[in-house]
Design a binder for this molecule. Sequence first.
Ligand code: TPP
Ligand code: MG
Length: 577
Amino acid sequence: MQKFGSDIICQQIKSHGIEYIAINPGSSIGGIHDSMVHNDDAPDLIFCLHEEIAVAVAHGYAKASGKPMAAAVHANVGLYHASMAVFNAWCDRAPMLIIGGSGPLEADKRRPWIDWIHASSHQANIVADCTKWHDMPSTLPAALDSLTRAVEISTQAPCAPVYLTLSSTIQEVEVTHREADFPLQAINPVEYLAAPEAALDKLLTLISQSKKPAVVVDYMEGGNGRDKSLLEFSEKIGAAVFDLGGRYNFPTHSYLSLSGAESQFIQDSDLIILLDVQDAYGALGALDAEKKYKSHVRPDTSVVSIGTRDLLVSKAYADYHKFIQFDQKILADSGTVIQQLNRLLNHQTDQSKTRNLRKQEIRLQREALKSQWFNDSSYEETSPINIPRAVRGIWNALQNHEFALTNCGGLSVRAWVKRLFEFDNDGRSFVGINSGGAGLGYGLGASLGACLALGEKVDLCVNIQNDGDLLYTPSALWSIAHHAQPLLTVIFNNRSYGLTKAVSKRISRARNRTTDLTQGNCFINPEIDFVSMAKSYGIHATKKVVNMIEFEKELALGVDFVAKNKKPYIIEAILED
Ligand SMILES: Cc1ncc(C[n+]2csc(CCOP(=O)(O)OP(=O)(O)O)c2C)c(N)n1
Ligand SMILES: [Mg+2]
């Protein structure tokens, strides 16, 4: 059978375990597009109507599965569209392979106008600051080599997107060689960085001296049983665990989880162990009422940082956050270090009495917190919908189902998810607390990607979707419908950019100016009808709900519909002003 460059490229991509390529088409990636459609040994095609969505899909998939997927974008124009989503994935340290096309690198072979518009001597510069590596190979064998290297670099911690420009010549060249001339390359299996013995000794001494240890975890990732190792570790040393939620890290139903109460309880600790925390400054303190930073760390508390985040530092963006001086810093894979510590702690002298008292204390703190949070989110049938009640309603509706939460909406929604939801990666999965880069337009695409990774493993996926974020990328609704994903999207319709409305309020008040906060913030005159929008994209939706009894009924219907039919459903919840 006749074969072309892109057939071999797609075969190589699939052989690296990449199941899907999200694509928005264009002539510069026409070869890859064709190979995906016509070959069984190519990744499946996920059709997106905007490149920002294609990259968000790969982002959500990576967070849900721990594996990369690919996105293919048209030369120059597609990459410009994709760039904000690449920034999100970079800040969120998500692995992914992004492939861009190009007109022929051999300028004499370019068609007038269009091939020149689609050529660039340094196309990757568009995303150079938010990718870990990029390349523009000039022959097919070189492209295959670069592909394997790209996937390896992207998936070695700290993970990040990589970008490859593959010219139309490479994609469209007819392969006259025997297939044996292109043997499939495999990625090298990686042994993780462990901590040196002396570092472990030093940390064990700190642990043995500590009466109130705490663990703060952000991007460790709980896959391959790491969450269970962290549970074992926290039980052994009697530590409270605060999961910041960059990824799923820890079974938050544990009695040792105080996630969501960082600002209240971190200050109790005399030893704080940070595991792959991206923003230690933010995790260890907060702004007070006067907007002055107040640390939660007592002067006598030791702070230890473990992780590999500093192996990938941006030269452009300050996403390394404020510098912090730690009492000990271990540049190693945090999950591996926890396993090392667990083994060593098996041989330590028994401190069970102190540890048990501490564990009892954490258990009581958690019980008090939980009852306060459940109290604060309680409601009556006629109660209008607000964020705490809505999150509570969703949590209640999922009680008899295995689910994955794919996206958590805006800032206060995330806070309430941390308070009320519990995750275990074993029927109750969690796909990370935010987009990493705070770039809006993330939720729908990331949810589609998370569904591709987890949809068949759970009854349903759930997306708590803020209205403003949705309006950047509404056509993702069509892709979700087209690929028939089991996704329940609950739109929190507050008819506004709530956060920027608060900014306008602060600034205009400080200046004694107008009280009109709607201009530039509110989607009113006319209001947007999300139910009609969902239907027009082919997603099942019935009506807007305005109070908790209606919301509960809709949730019951929606959960049942998605779990049974394995198709998407949208609920539009009108939040009170
Ligand atoms: C691409 C992009 N543009 C602008 C912003 C600035 N911004 C931050 S929050 C926000 C409003 C978010 O509104 P919505 O998603 O509805 O959430 P809400 O605050 O209403 O809960 C905006 C516009 C951004 N984060 N990303
Ligand atoms: Mg909003």
